[in-house]
Design a protein around this ligand. Structure first.
Ligand code: ZN
Length: 468
């Protein structure tokens, strides 16, 4: 019998991560419970109707707080899940913020639809704030390298995956019929070495079976070391023109990385003395979470700030704005400044006001620091369209657009192949590939086989795969 893997999401795609490990046909351990993302009706149905009975699950292990890994935990609990959710305390805090934000947005969207489009069928929220509160009661948190007991005689252990604050590789170990042990490693999402705040991913522990993400299985990133220099250059050039730097940014992770770099640049006087505003309530809350989890920091931020009793996320020129009136006041500023705001893909939020007010002025710069999905305003800007639509009106895009690609939080194929290649490949019996589009998965498969992994399988949803 042994352990068996079956994926219900994040297999052949990047959202909705849900991987079920069944032990001897009995104990059921779910790795992640992410939300499928997308606007189509089928996606909504997939999120509401789980393809397994949550009441029959025995444990959940959460790799990290991102929405595509944690976003559907409330549905699990709503439908009868009674067990623990194991993760690091930073992951719990990020999941709480992400889930609360999502409940809030779904509620607002629903209200808006009912009011403004009464003839259209409004989609009720998948869960609300009360459901999120119930989820919070299920969390059991532990630091990396603390072993914990899971049902079915399985031992769990988390390792730093270097992707976002608190993100983890999940290792499951169990005694097998032959008297030895069988080890399974689920990577969650893997980061890359040299990221500004969090430590580099740990070496993958040796195991018999690997369940590996493949997001960038066919992509290679620019070196991360350039980020600080490139950022400084953009700021100096824009300030010299008398312009503002507008940065659409994701609230969790990217914004804190920008703040960290701006703090360093400011201290080193490598940028002119500009006022810097983080104008996003969500980013302010997320930064609070970063502040209370120094145990998840890497060496560079510890050396630069903690050792000097300094707060990496606060400095003289930096102002956090939550108040709407103060946010609006930024429109009146004429002098150069830096405004970091959300949403990251410019699909909503305060960034829209800042873009509307600044995008037509050739002195300004819009700095793109994250992935912009197709059909978003962020993508239209990144593609440098001559004019863009904001709140239904067209605006000429005269501001400079600079793209900084070095901030990605995902390992590329070189990183992933190196991490897997450093494992004991004699012991590794099979690698299962998840969390990627089909090109990325196939490319990753070829690379791992070339690197000497004996067997590599691209996981299809709903199919059983042996783990011993
Ligand atoms: Zn992630």
């Amino acid at each position: 019998m042994g352990m068996v893997l079956r994926s219900f999401g994040g297999a052949g795609e990047v959202t909705g991560s849900k991987h079920l490990v069944t032990v001897d046909g009995g104990a059921r351990i779910l790795l992640d419970c992410g939300m499928f993302q997308g606007r189509r009706k089928e996606t909504d149905v997939k999120n509401r109707e789980l393809p397994f009975d949550p009441a029959k699950l025995d444990a959940v292990v959460l790799s990290h707080g991102h929405f595509d890994h944690s976003g559907n935990l409330p549905t699990l609990v709503k439908h009868g899940y009674e067990g623990n959710i194991h993760c690091t305390s930073a992951s719990r805090d990020i999941a709480n913020l992400v889930l609360m934000d999502s409940a809030h947005i779904m509620a607002k969207d629903y209200e808006w639809m009912l009011k403004k489009m009464p003839d259209k069928e409004a989609v009720p929220p998948v869960f609300d704030e009360r459901d999120v509160l119930k989820v919070m009661d299920h969390f059991v948190t532990l630091g990396w390298h603390r072993r914990f007991l899971l049902p079915g005689g399985v031992e769990g252990e988390l390792f730093n995956s270097g992707h976002i604050l608190g993100s983890s590789l999940v290792k499951l170990t169990r005694k097998n019929a032959g008297g030895g042990t069988t080890g399974v490693l689920f990577t969650g999402d893997v980061g890359r070495p040299g990221m500004p705040i969090i430590p580099p991913p740990e070496s993958f522990p040796d195991v018999d079976y690997l369940i590996c993400e493949s997001t960038y299985g066919n992509r290679k990133h620019d070196p991360i070391a350039d980020a600080r220099t490139q950022l400084a250059a953009v700021i100096r050039e824009t300030a010299a023109r008398g312009g503002k730097i507008i940065i659409p940014s994701f609230a969790i992770g990217r914004t804190q990385e920008l703040i960290f770099f701006l703090h360093l640049l400011s201290d080193a006087k490598e940028i002119p003395e500009l006022d810097i505003f983080v104008d996003s309530p969500m980013a302010v809350n997320a930064t609070g979470i970063f502040r209370i989890h120094p145990e998840c920091y890497g060496e560079s931020i510890r050396k630069a700030f903690l050792d000097h009793h300094d707060n990496p996320f606060g400095f003289e020129r930096l102002t956090y704005i939550t108040d709407v009136e103060k946010s609006k006041k930024l429109n009146d500023r004429k002098d150069p400044c830096i405004i970091i705001s959300g949403s990251g893909m410019c699909e909503g939020g305060r960034i829209l006001h800042h873009l509307k007010n600044n995008i037509a002025d050739p002195r300004n710069t819009v700095l793109v620091v994250g992935f912009m999905a197709q059909n978003t305003l962020g993508r239209a800007i990144a593609d440098r369209r001559p004019s863009v639509k904001i709140f239904g009106d067209s605006y000429p895009l005269r501001a400079k657009v600079k793209i900084l690609n070095t901030f990605s939080g995902h390992a590329d194929y070189e990183d992933l192949t190196r991490f897997v290649g450093a494992m004991d490949l004699q012991r590794l019996r099979r690698a299962y590939l998840v969390h990627g589009e089909s090109d990325a998965l196939e490319s990753m498969k070829t690379r791992l086989l070339e690197r000497g992994v004996r067997e590599v399988v691209v996981v299809a949803p709903g199919v059983d795969y042996p783990l011993e």
